[in-house]
Design a protein. Sequence first.
Length: 363
Amino acid sequence: MKNIYKQLDKLKMDTDLQPMDVSKLEKARIKQNVLRNKKKTHMPKIASAAVAVVAASFITFGVAFPTLAAKLPIVGNLFESFVDDKSYVFEKFADHASDIGATKESNGISVTVTDAVYDGENITIAYTMISDQDLGERPILEGKLHAEEFGDAYEHFGFAPKEMGKKISDTEYAGLLVYGLVDGPKPEEIHVTWDGSRIINLDNVNNNHSGDWSFQFNLNALESTSVNFANSNITSEAVGIQVNLQKITETPVSTTIYLSELVDLPTVSMEESEWRGAQIEYDITDDLGNEYNAIHYVDIGHSTDFKGRMSNPRITTTQFHPEATTIYVTPIINVYKMMNSEGNLELIKEPYSIEPLLIPLTE
């Protein structure tokens, strides 16, 4: 302890310190790093006290020299930046994420891949973007993702990307890529290459910036368990509609529900000669009254172009509440017609729900 104080005494710092605003992103990251270190490290109280003094000196150093502090790399968890999004399913991700910490700069934009999670169902990548340019309110890094273990299985189909972006401050942005492995191999270990080539604003695709942000990293799959429900007759039916439960896969960070859908469009839309389409969305709740966010992969959907074809969607949500005994998956039916030759759609009736699928969580 004395040695630490001697080192602190040698520092020439302005003692007239003033509070400085810290961005929400930095606060979330510092908080997550502290929590992560608490879970991984067990130190004697004396050692913990010493670390606390060093941490305090580092914070003071950052306040005294804000220019230098601003240049330090931002570290930590970005998942909480999207907690207010209806697709936020990332409560457990930080506890199981692999630290990547790789940064690439191109055309004045610095992109850092901070964390990644591979649970065998999805590859989820968290990253930051820092730039003096205005990237918009919801910028994302667009590019091709590949792993050598996939071969060409996901070259053109079989995957489902979900992208999320958010402006944190005038120069900071957070991004998430959820790359769903829908129909193809799911190896235990993957060597990932993510070639980012363009940053676009999801609110205005004309606001885009080309560049070269390429990353390589390795990930190991988390443990998972799957239960086959194909012969369980857990179903929801209405006139012209049938939805069946096929499988549920659980990992330490998520639950993925596999479904099958059949829709008789002429019956549902009450129209046989004109183009019609239907899409089924889902609400997920449990017998305790909890509501669950979800990322929904719709597959091919239903339209007069694919008359009679079965669609196989899947829903990724969080882990279910440990005291819940039944999950309710409620289909919500949306029926569309074509507005014009440009392919714009409009609802022909109000969305309506049908009876939920009742999924038991206990035997």
